[in-house]
Write a protein that binds this ligand. Structure first.
Ligand SMILES: [Fe+2]
Ligand SMILES: [Fe+2]
Length: 284
């Protein structure tokens, strides 16, 4: 059995500080901004719709365990994590309102897909607070792995301007706080068995919900039954450079008993993007 680390394993030179940014993305969301590809655009927009409710849920799942944490470094990282997720949520709320106004989507209907899922979990008597925390650990691993691939330019490499900045800023902060929920889970005695089981369920439900919302958007835009959409969707699932296969190694990694999010040292990548984005972010 692997020893449980009772200290934060986020490197000392990583500071988890929220940047109070705002991006001028008006006018940009009415078009297929992701590689001029309706499916990819709808998929990224579907992820954005999930953030306000999802990020609130992350914060709510960590809070009940805060008083059990004695590690001062981790306690301060938890505060940074709440603030970062709070601002992500605020900015994606703006994004989602603009998106739905410009494209005529029903925001309530789209959000309800994710809200229903969160509600089901909270109302199920078998779902304990620790399981909710484990689900945050799982989704945080997904957002950090996604952020890593995005910052490495594995997808949407050419995305520039305010939308590129917004997605890179969010990815950057997801990488900075990638171990916070994980370290809380470890320090309060979360088991490997639960972590594995929850990850399996969370990844399937997350994928189903992202696709549900994506398909609703494509149907609204009359892009659902197009050859181009089918091609892009098949690339997403099956191509070597597609989303699913790009994220597969990170997903598999999570099933090692001694896994930790910082086994993948993202500091060089973070430093590169901090230097590039900080002037934009402080001016935003
Ligand atoms: Fe976030
Ligand atoms: Fe996060």
């Amino acid at each position: 059995m692997t020893a449980i680390p009772m200290y934060s394993k986020t490197p000392d030179d990583i500071s988890i500080k929220a940047r109070n940014v705002s991006f001028s993305i008006e006018e940009l969301l009415s078009v297929d901004w992701a590689d001029n590809d309706p499916f990819l655009t709808a998929l990224f927009n579907a992820m954005s719709i999930s953030f306000p409710s999802g990020e609130k849920n992350f914060i709510d799942s960590v809070r009940p365990f805060e008083k059990q944490i004695e590690d001062k470094k981790l306690l301060s990282e938890i505060k940074g994590f709440y603030k970062q997720e709070g601002i992500h949520s605020r900015e994606h709320m703006k994004y989602n309102n603009l998106l739905c106004t410009q494209r005529g989507y029903d925001l309530g209907e789209l959000e309800s897909v994710y809200l229903k899922r969160i509600d089901e979990g909270k109302k199920n008597p078998k779902v304990t607070k620790k399981i909710l925390l484990a689900s945050t650990v799982a989704v945080e691993h997904f957002t950090a792995s996604f952020g890593q691939c995005f910052l490495e330019g594995q997808f949407l490499r050419g995305l520039e301007g305010p939308l590129g900045n917004l997605w890179r800023w969010h990815s950057l902060e997801e990488l900075e706080h990638k171990a916070v929920a994980f370290d809380v889970y470890s320090q309060v005695g979360g088991s490997f068995k639960m972590r594995k089981a929850v990850m399996r369920i969370v990844m399937i439900t997350l994928l189903i919900d992202f696709l549900k919302v994506t398909l609703k958007m494509l149907r609204h835009d009359k892009q659902l039954w197009r050859w181009r959409t089918a091609k892009s969707m098949s690339k997403f699932f099956f191509s070597k450079r597609g989303f699913v296969r790009l994220l597969m190694p990170a997903y598999k990694d999570f099933f090692r008993e001694d896994f930790h999010p910082w086994d993948e040292d993202s500091r060089e990548l973070l430093m590169h993007w901090q230097e590039k984005l900080d002037p934009i972010m402080s001016a935003a």
